[in-house]
Write a protein that binds this ligand. Structure first.
Ligand code: COA
Length: 278
């Protein structure tokens, strides 16, 4: 049952806790794990019981990156066909996660190496333990950070930090990762689950259609000119209006202006008062 066991899933109170689950191999991403992760994302993406996805790791690692034996050496022995297939499987679920229908949080408990930066970036938010350790170990075993990793660090970090991590393979802990803005925040390991739950619950209180369009917009506008972004955001809000059957923005305005039951500057409107679900 290795196929089923390499990823664990628990859905509780609308939060899907998805874990890399190969602790004995420090959650290295094997082709089996990559295939299973895609299936799990498939199962959860349009599941109405899920409002937020959290990606964690079992044991001492979040993920030790790509599996050097099963992902690199064994697929290379199958020739180009094997290599391309494995790449498509891993890049495929990273992409699926980047554009996932629900907001996503990386909950980084421990080691996060190389290829692990792919899913780290794919998650919308990232919270780590102070004890976590991040590193681009590629240079230490003689390759460049591929599979999108160099792009990830250049997008997330200033050039000097990106270059330092890439050329030295140095480790940084959670607090340093947070100071560098590789993650949103770092907390002591014993508080990691509680803090992540708190953030997930905050996201669950927001309009889900608005969340999906907003997260996509943040990723999309970066490569657009100002005018393109302005136009894109107008069109996307119009598309969101079409998709949001609860007419969330009208409800949000009604609860503030007419009902005076909340203040948008201080928190979200009450989703449960909308006549239809978003
Ligand atoms: N690929 C394949 N196997 C890996 C792996 C990886 N990326 N990371 C860990 N493992 C395996 C080890 O080979 C070992 O297997 P074994 O028990 O069959 O011998 C097992 O996981 C435990 O690893 P170990 O090195 O003993 O654990 P550790 O806690 O002392 O060290 C790391 C943890 C993460 C620092 C260390 O395993 C490591 O450097 N891993 C490679 C990180 C890396 O470069 N990743 C690739 C990025 S693209």
């Amino acid at each position: 049952m290795e196929d089923q066991d390499v990823v664990s899933v628990l859905v509780e109170n609308r939060i899907a806790w998805v874990n890399f689950a190969r602790p004995a191999k420090r959650n290295a991403m094997s082709p089996t794990l990559n295939r299973r992760m895609m299936e799990v994302l498939d199962e959860l993406e349009f599941n109405d019981d899920v409002g937020v996805l959290v990606l964690g790791g079992e044991g001492t690692a979040w993920s030790a990156g790509m599996d050097l034996k099963e992902y690199f050496r064994e697929t290379e022995s199958l020739g180009l066909r094997g290599v391309r297939k494995s790449q498509a499987e891993s890049y495929g679920w990273f992409r699926r996660l980047r554009w996932f229908q629900k907001p996503t949080i990386a909950m980084v408990n421990g080691w996060c190496f190389g290829g692990g930066f792919g899913p780290l970036f794919a998650c919308d938010l990232a919270i780590c333990a102070d004890e976590a350790q991040f590193g681009l170990s590629e240079i230490n075993w003689g390759i460049l950070p591929g599979g999108g990793v160099t792009k990830v660090v250049v997008d997330l970090l200033p050039m000097r930090d990106a270059m330092w991590l890439t050329l030295t393979g140095d480790l940084i802990d959670g607090k340093a990762a947070s100071a560098m803005r590789l993650v949103n925040e770092s907390v002591p390991l014993e508080q990691l689950k509680a803090r992540t739950t708190q953030v997930a619950e905050m996201l669950l209180s927001k309009n889900p259609v608005a969340l999906k369009f907003a997260k996509d917009a943040v990723r999309r506008v970066g490569t657009m000119t100002y005018d393109e972004a302005e136009d894109y955001l107008v069109r996307m809000q119009e598309a969101a209006n079409f998709h949001d059957k609860s007419e969330g923005r009208k409800e949000g305005i009604r609860q503030f202006i007419d009902e005076k039951s909340y203040k948008p500057g201080l928190g979200a409107y009450d989703l449960s008062k909308a006549k239809t679900k978003a």
